[in-house]
Structure formats: C-alpha cells, structure tokens
Design a protein around this ligand. Structure first.
Ligand SMILES: [Zn+2]
Length: 254
C-alpha cells in the first residue's frame, strides 16, 4: 500500500479518536443539561479537573489502567471504546469516499448518530440538539451531492409520517425523538437509501426484541430504544443503500 495512503488512514484514525473523545463529553453532558462549550473536562466521580495528559484518546485510559488519576475511581471501558469506534468510522468514511467532501460529511453524521445511539440507550430519549445537528448535516449535503429534491422530501416525510400514523393506531409505539430523527435523516439519505436503512433498522430491532422476549428479559408491553437501530440502519443505508437495494431486488429477479 502507498505510504502516503497509510499516513492518510493513520491521520483519519487519530482525528476520529479525538472527535469521538469530544463526543464522549456530549454523551455525558447533554442529557444532564451541562454546557458542552464551557468548562474543562472533569472526573465524573471526584469532579477533579482533568489535564491534557488525562484526555489523550485511548492512551490515557491504557496508561491510567482505567482509573481516575486523582480519586482512582474506575473509568467506564465505554470511553476508550467510543474513541476507538470514532477512529474506525473516520477510516471507514475515508475508505468509502476517499478525497471528497463526502468523507467529512459521512464522518460527521456517524459521530452525531453515535451520540444519539449512546444517549438513547442511557436515557431512552434523543436530545433535540442532536436531531438539529443531523438537520444541519442534511442542509450541508445539498451542496455536496446532487439528489432530486423530490427524493429528499419523500425521504423526510414517508417514514416520519408512517410512524406518526402507527402512533395514532397504537399510542406511543414510537418515541417523539425517533420520529423527529427520521425527518432530517430522510432528507439527507433520500427515499431509496432511507428505505434500505429503515428496513435494516426494523429487521434488526425485531430480531433483538424476539431474543429479549424469548430470554424473558422483557415484557411484551415494555419499551425499547429504537434510535440505535435507526442510526445503525441509516448509516449503512447511506454508505451501501444502492448496492443493498440492487442485490435485494435481484433475489426476486428484478
Ligand atoms: Zn476522579
């Protein structure tokens, strides 16, 4: 492999880890109503200010053996894992789109969807600020790639509208955050990729729900976070929607 390309991947990985490190702050602070812009990072258990050396993605966790330097409280393994995932998403975006404005666009989307996923798992809600962030990426995408406006509008309306319709039939089937998320996501992906994304989301969420029911980990009436499935499905839909749709249709000779 070309050494310059290896350097590009390395740069993507380090950059991705650093952005994901910031997303860890977002994931912690946003649901708690703490400002993201103001205030240095602090330890969640002793509230000691953290220094630059404590904040190096992944490496700080490894060197501190997963404990706070000041109070020795355990730091969740989730933090370095999220940083690692951020690095991998940056490399994946670059591998898929190369030197094009699509790379930062896809990576930005991945980071916002990652934050939505973690916050939805933690709190069963999706903060409006993050849905607005997806909206901003969707508007920026207008200048990055061409897609007929009708496809975008259909993408924004079909699934959010469908979820509102299902909610009218059976109250609270979908959370408000899930419905709001589908509007900018659909506008960004367009109806075709959004359909692939939502198909994957519903399929995987359904399998997951059946496993939970069979293992008696949940009741039929209880709710589960659907946001993570939407996020995962739609990111795959954005990257591979076209290929997946073509191979799926070819199964039926279409
Ligand atoms: Zn501490």
């Amino acid at each position: 492999m070309n050494p310059i390309l290896i350097l590009c991947y390395l740069y993507c990985f380090v950059f991705g880890c650093c952005i994901a490190s910031f997303m860890n702050v977002v994931i912690y602070r946003l649901p708690r109503g703490i400002s993201i812009a103001k205030g240095r990072s602090f330890c969640a258990s002793c509230h000691h200010m953290l220094h630059a050396i404590d904040l190096i993605p992944i490496l700080s966790y490894v060197f501190l053996k997963g404990r706070c330097r000041y109070c020795h409280a355990k730091i969740s393994i989730r933090h370095p894992l999220i940083e690692l995932v951020g690095g991998l998403f940056a490399m994946l975006s670059f591998a898929h789109y190369g030197f094009s404005p699509m790379t930062p666009l896809a990576f930005s989307l991945a980071m916002v969807l990652m934050a939505i996923t973690m916050i939805d798992i933690d709190t069963m809600t999706i903060p409006d600020q993050l849905n607005i962030a997806v909206g901003v990426i969707a508007v920026v995408s207008l200048f990055v790639y061409q897609m007929p406006l009708l496809q975008r509008i259909l993408g924004a309306l079909v699934f959010s509208g469908g979820m509102i319709g299902i909610n009218l039939l059976k109250k609270d089937s979908f959370g408000g955050g899930d419905i709001k998320l589908c509007i900018p996501l659909g506008f960004l992906l367009g109806i075709m990729n959004m359909t692939v994304g939502m198909f994957l989301a519903i399929l995987v969420a359904g399998i997951y729900a059946i496993i939970l029911l069979l293992t008696h980990n949940t009741k039929l009436q209880s709710h589960m976070a659907f946001g993570p499935f939407i996020c995962g499905g739609c990111f795959i839909g954005m990257l591979y929607g076209g290929q997946l749709a073509t191979s799926y249709l070819s199964l039926f000779g279409l």
